[in-house]
Design a protein around this ligand. Structure first.
Ligand SMILES: Cc1cc2nc3c(=O)[nH]c(=O)nc-3n(C[C@H](O)[C@H](O)[C@H](O)COP(=O)(O)OP(=O)(O)OC[C@H]3O[C@@H](n4cnc5c(N)ncnc54)[C@H](O)[C@@H]3O)c2cc1C
Ligand SMILES: NC(=O)c1ccc[n+]([C@@H]2O[C@H](COP(=O)([O-])OP(=O)(O)OC[C@H]3O[C@@H](n4cnc5c(N)ncnc54)[C@H](OP(=O)(O)O)[C@@H]3O)[C@@H](O)[C@H]2O)c1
Length: 443
């Protein structure tokens, strides 16, 4: 029987485990699976932790999430086809839940069976090589501080790519008298109450961290974009200006001439795909994009079909896309999906990469990733889910954000799985200061 290693028990690793569980429930014999997870529990980024810097064993903290983090897209767009929100919560819930609620949902699906037995927690993969058709994996039991080795026939890399921060350098940083941090280390916007905050970047972290600081009482928030502004109608106390040029003392000077005194600078400058544990010949090298090259169907390593990567693309679609990838990966491993010739693989990858490079706006990007996910969905027996409705929801959501960046989270969407319509949350997001599951679910 073949042996499979999964690295990472975040949403992608859990999708992989769940895909095999489905097959087993149908009475099929599945391979031996070991899932390595370096954190003390499963759930990946959704596993909030107050820590920044190192964990108690000296490893970099994986978590990039923070208190008061609410879903930034409608939950209906990420719903699992085989486990609806209605099933988990026993009733329809609003469309934009806070982190704890989504964590509960993700873990609810995998906690019912015996999947946790397959996960080695507190176990960090430190090295992977491939030779003689086998992966040799070196791993560390962090609690016992013991190193072991094992060999596997297949490897699934699901270690995420929003954990190792990209930290640029600007002139004047060394002598800036305030706080400089990356969004990876941002934990609580309360810290910036009454402060002048600079946020650098123009993507989801910049948008949300800036709004959080405003919501929890920052005196001013100035967002410095590099290439293109987000361009939302920012509330009072917020503005968006062009690119930080330098810092002089506590003064931030931007390329468009704006000058702003600052107490803190938060770098929302994205993350690195970082796989220090993988040998060079099996290591994915990419920036954050919708179709990283060298991955057939965004999953199978072009040069070695026993190596599969999950969730390596930039993400509009998340949990149900990860599921489609995992079901596809499972069927490749089980030999149910035959890999085409190298020529066809190359053509297919190049086709998607070329399409991606022509995308100009969010609507086109949503279409691109929806088409990708639908194609994968059609290749396996992942249960039916209405991706056309999800596409429509994403576009509506984008338009809601343009209309009013403060109120888009108060809208309601319908489920692509059950069809039920989400109730409106009891408190508008702008005034909902408590993000606990208890308060959120309270009628
Ligand atoms: C701030 C922030 C907010 C987000 N908000 C949303 C949101 O609202 N909605 C949404 O759908 N998505 C959101 N995302 C996107 C997020 O990427 C996905 O939801 C999801 O967590 C990705 O799952 P993953 O399994 O690929 O990666 P991760 O969640 O990062 O999980 C990877 C796992 O691999 C483990 N691991 C890594 N290296 C090793 C190793 N060497 N050995 C053993 N284990 C290892 C990690 O400990 C971790 O548990 C957000 C991301 C960030 C950064
Ligand atoms: N639930 C939530 O509310 C929430 C909150 C935060 C994040 N997230 C998720 O977290 C993930 C990561 O998002 P992210 O925004 O951290 O990363 P990202 O989407 O990869 O964006 C990185 C940003 O950094 C900017 N940048 C890079 N180098 C820079 C520099 N030297 N100076 C200024 N700007 C620079 C980029 O600007 P250019 O565009 O100019 O290249 C880009 O805007 C996404 O999946 C997102 O959905 C969700």
């Amino acid at each position: 029987m073949s042996k499979i290693a999964i690295i990472g028990a975040g949403p992608c690793g859990l999708s992989m485990l769940r895909a095999f569980e489905h097959l087993e429930n149908k009475g099929e014999k599945i391979p031996e699976i070991v899932c390595f997870e370096k954190q003390e529990d499963w759930g990946g980024l959704w596993n909030y932790n107050w820590r920044t810097g190192s964990d108690q064993y000296g490893d970099p903290v994986h978590n990039s999430m923070y208190r008061y983090l609410w879903s930034n897209g409608p939950k209906e767009c990420l719903e699992f086809a085989d486990y609806s929100f209605d099933e988990h919560f026993g009733q329809p819930i609003p469309s934009f839940p806070p982190r704890e609620v989504l964590q509960d949902y993700i873990l609810g699906r995998v906690s019912k069976g015996k999947l946790k037995n397959k996960v080695k927690l507190n176990t960090k993969v430190t090295n992977v090589t491939f030779s003689n058709e086998k992966f040799e994996i070196t791993y560390q039991d962090k609690v016992k501080d013991e190193i072991s080795k094992d060999t596997f026939d297949y490897l699934v890399v699901s270690t995420g790519h929003f954990s190792v921060p990209f930290i640029p350098e600007y002139k004047g940083m060394n002598s800036f008298p305030g706080r400089i941090m990356h969004s990876h280390d941002f934990r609580d916007a309360e810290e910036f109450r009454g402060k002048d905050v600079i946020v650098l970047g123009s993507s989801y972290s910049a948008e949300d961290v800036a709004l959080q600081c405003n919501k929890y009482g920052a005196k001013s928030v100035t967002i410095g974009y590099r290439n293109a502004p987000m361009g939302f109608k920012w509330p009072e106390g917020m503005k968006e200006v062009h690119y930080l040029d330098r810092l002089e003392g506590k003064k931030a000077i931007f390329k468009d001439g704006t000058e702003q005194d600052a107490d803190a600078i938060i770098l929302c400058t994205g993350y690195l795909h970082h796989f220090p544990f993988l040998d060079e010949n099996i290591k994915l090298k990419t920036h954050n994009r919708l179709y990283p090259p060298k991955l057939y169907k965004g999953v199978v390593w072009q040069d070695n079909h026993k190596l599969l990567y999950l969730g390596m693309q930039d993400q509009f679609h998340t949990f149900n896309m990860f599921d489609c990838q995992a079901w596809f990966a499972r069927d490749v491993i089980m030999g149910k999906i035959k890999m085409p010739s190298s020529d066809e693989i190359n053509k297919d990858i190049n086709k998607w990469v070329a399409m991606e490079e022509k995308l100009e706006n969010p609507d086109q990007m949503i279409d691109f990733q929806t088409e990708y996910t639908k194609e994968l969905h059609d290749m396996s027996d992942y249960p039916k889910i209405d991706f056309e409705l999800i596409r429509k929801h994403f576009k509506e959501w984008e338009h809601h954000k343009v209309e009013d960046i403060l109120t888009y989270r108060n809208k309601s969407f319908s489920s692509p799985v059950t069809g039920s319509v989400a109730p409106i949350h009891h408190t508008p997001w702008e005034t909902a200061m408590d993000d606990s599951m208890k308060t959120f679910l309270n009628k």
